[in-house]
Ligand binder design. Structure first.
Ligand code: ADP
Ligand code: TYD
Length: 208
């Protein structure tokens, strides 16, 4: 990606860990400090990518193989990058995304067979961008799953893989954070939303 003036931040973690809540809190924090900031999400974040999202998050858990999922998530990501992320960064804005490539690395790359090599190859070919900072919201999947399913959003295809799957995801995100310490910070997401938001604001201030 060409040099940009904006800031690119991703929030990652298991389903129901508070990514959406904290993305919006962080956007408000930036705005209160005079920065132009947007919140976006994956899969989705652009009209075409939102169409692809519906194919991914609704329906039977076995609807797609992990390989097909990698292609669909990456197609959605490419659209999101072209239409939303890159233009905003080039305009000097702060882009906060609720999930990015780390979700594919963990959900598709490390939970249902070892597909991490395929994920990395496709990422390098068509995305090849990393956030400036990734905040990994970490918590007990049992509690997160209850939070997430309580929403009854109809988008529960991944939650429907069940608790052992979410436990694998947690381990996957923590392992990923260790491999990219310059970019990733693990946050204890079991605390109150206010405390987490203060923690994230402090991290952003010191790291960026
Ligand atoms: P995610 O985007 O990671 O799925 P959300 O931000 O949508 O998570 O939060 C999932 C649910 O948990 C929502 O109902 C939200 O209001 C609630 N929630 C978010 N953060 C916390 C928190 N720190 N403590 C308790 N509940 C929370
Ligand atoms: P999301 O809306 O963030 O779900 P939640 O709010 O429950 O965390 O994402 C939808 C689902 O898609 C979620 O279960 C994670 C999954 N996902 C992947 O499997 N791979 C990916 O690359 C992305 C971006 C999401």
């Amino acid at each position: 990606m060409p040099a940009h003036r904006g800031l690119f931040i991703s929030l990652e973690g298991i389903d129901g860990s508070g990514k959406s809540t904290q993305s919006h809190r962080l956007r408000d924090w930036f705005v209160s400090h005079g920065r132009d900031a947007i919140v976006t999400r994956e899969p989705g974040g652009a009209p075409g990518a939102e169409d692809i999202r519906r194919l991914l998050v609704e329906g039977d858990p076995e609807r797609w193989s992990p390989e097909t999922e990698i292609l669909l998530f990456t197609a959605a990501r490419r659209d999101h990058l072209e239409r939303t992320i890159r233009p905003a960064l080039e305009a000097g804005r702060v882009v906060i995304t609720d999930r990015f490539a780390d979700s594919t690395r963990v959900y598709q790359g490390a939970t249902r067979g070892d597909l991490r090599g395929l994920v990395d190859d496709i990422h390098d070919l068509v995305i090849a961008v990393e956030p400036d900072l990734t905040l990994i919201l970490d918590m007990d999947p049992d509690i997160a799953l209850t939070r997430g399913l309580a929403r009854a959003s109809g988008e529960d295809r991944f939650e429907d893989f069940g608790l052992p799957f979410q436990q694998k995801l947690r381990v996957g995100f923590l392992a990923l954070a260790e491999t990219a310490p310059q970019r990733c910070v693990v946050i204890d997401a079991s605390r109150s939303p206010d405390i987490i938001a203060d923690d994230i604001a402090a991290i952003v201030e010191t790291r960026l």
